[in-house]
Structures are given as structure tokens and as C-alpha cells.
Design a protein around this ligand. Sequence first.
Ligand code: TRP
Length: 332
Amino acid sequence: MIKKKRILTGDRPTGKLHLGHYVGSLANRVALQEDYDAFVIVADVQALTTDWEYPEQLAESVRQVTEDYLAVGIDPEQTTIFVQSLVPQIAELTVFYSNFVSVNVLRHNPTIKTEAEQRGYSDMTYGFLGYPISQAADITFCKADLVPVGQDQVPHIEFTRRIARRFNELYGPVLVVPEVLVGEVGRLVGLDGKAKMSKSLNNAIYLSDSPQEVEAKVRKAVTDPARIRATDPGHPEVCTVFAYHQIFNKEESEDIAERCRAGTISCVACKKRLTEKLNQLLEPMHERRLAYQNNPKIIDEILLAGTDRAQKIAEETMKEVRQAMKINYFSQ
Ligand code: TRP
């Protein structure tokens, strides 16, 4: 049997996952889990780099994110889902890697910069500035070959590659240099026309939203501002709702564009169709979610089993790392 290649990716448990997560990374996770040895990390330690003042929220968020994973179709039989803080080897690796990473390189990371700006950080904590180092540890402890993520994570994976290469140069070939895989839609625009769907911008459709919530959100979405009456010719290329049709209703999007340009489909009808398509996508997720909600203990079991497997793999890698770094003083 050929050994399956490994995938690792994950999320910070800071709230519910939304459609942007779905197209950026979750869809790929579901599609690839059969052919790869797949790992998903619930990155609670990374969540603390921004939410360290509110650790009491984490327990609920860890469950919520896991529930979202299971709802989209991540299968715990195929994917190892685990909790970052329960794999202390990740923290250990982070300390070792931090020795050969310069502060300036961290400061220039564009995702860190944008996030710090959005959060209004005038000064950054050491933990926040350095979280890409711990993300490199998340990815390399299990020697992942591939990391499926949204566009905003690409600088972090690039950084992981640099760390892995550097480690191997310094101490010997232990780590795998991973490839990045960006979802078909690396970044989903917000329904309000803002560059990105995000919880903090308050423009997200959550995977757990009911059909009524989806309808209300789509109804408020911005369209072509030049289109006042339903019969005015529209400009789909500037319309957010059309951008969503191209992603979530590909088959009909050409036809919708034509009818929009001709002024024969109203924005109301166009939004209604999008709502239907989104609810069709979400419906099986609601069903799976309900099954898990009816049996909440199973989430604990899944996380504990996943974490157990991750720990074992982490300890194997740590042995190699300590040996390569010549700090395995007493175990020859
Ligand atoms: N930084 C990622 C995010 O904010 C979450 C994450 C943590 C991650 N560790 C990871 C993603 C390892 C991919 C691989 O979404």
C-alpha cells in the first residue's frame, strides 16, 4: 500500500464558520479527505493571541467549530480533528523555530499587518506577532505535505516553508516543506460589497444560518447601484449578488448575466434564486448538525481520539527533532 500524503489545516475557534471559510478551505478538506491522511487543528492557542482576555469563551467555540466541521461533511473516520493546546509538542517546536526567525520578517507579514490594523493594535504582543511561528509548528509536527487554506493564509504557509527549509539546513533533513492549496475561491467578497466576508465586518452568512436568516441577509445585499427600476439594464460585473451566483450557482450564472443586462430579471428575483441555491447547499449541513447536536458527547469523543493520535505523531517528530538538534542528551 502506498502511504497517503498528509494534509493539515485548521481554524481559530473564535466563532461560527461562514461561507467564506467554506469556499476558501472547508470544501477542499471534504473533497480531499478520502485520498489524503487529513488533519484538522482547532487552533485554540492561536485564538488566545487575540482573545487572551476572554479564555472562558474558548470551550464553547471549540465545540462550535468542531460542529461546523462535522456539519460540512468532514468525516472523523477519515480526518483527525484535534485541539492545539493538548499537543504541547507544538509549543515546544514553536520555541525552537523562534530562534531562527527575525522580528523584522514577522513584522512584514501582510496578513499580520492587515489583522493588526483591523483590530486597532497600536503595538503588538509578542504572541500575536509570532503566531505564524506556532502555525509553522502546527503544520510541521505531523509533516504535512499539503495545506488547504484561503488566500489570506498564503503568507503564513510561505513562512512555514522557509522555517522548514531553514531547520533542515541547520540541523538535518527532518521536516517536510509543505505545499499550499488555495480554494477555488480564495477570498469571498462580503454581501455588503466589502472585500471579504468576515465575522468582524458583520457581513457573514454562517453555515449554521437558517433558511430565513439566509433570505434576510441576501435581501439586504448590495447590487448594481446604477439599477433603480427592475427593467433598467444591469451590470453583473459590478454586482455582489452576481459574484455569488458565479460561485454558488455556476450553471445558471451566464443566463442570469444576460437577463440582468437585458433588464429581464429583477434584482428581487435574482436574489431569490441565490437564496434558494445557498439554502440547498446548507440544508444537508443542517441535517448533519442536528444529528450531532442530538448526541453532544460524540464531539468530545471525536476531539479526544483525534488529539490522542496527533500527540503520538507529534512525539515521534519531536524525537527526530531533538536528535537532529543534538539535545537528546540521555536517550541514545
Ligand atoms: N491562521 C488560521 C486562520 O486564522 C488558522 C490556523 C492555525 C491554521 N493553524 C493552522 C491554518 C495551520 C492552516 C494550518 O484561519
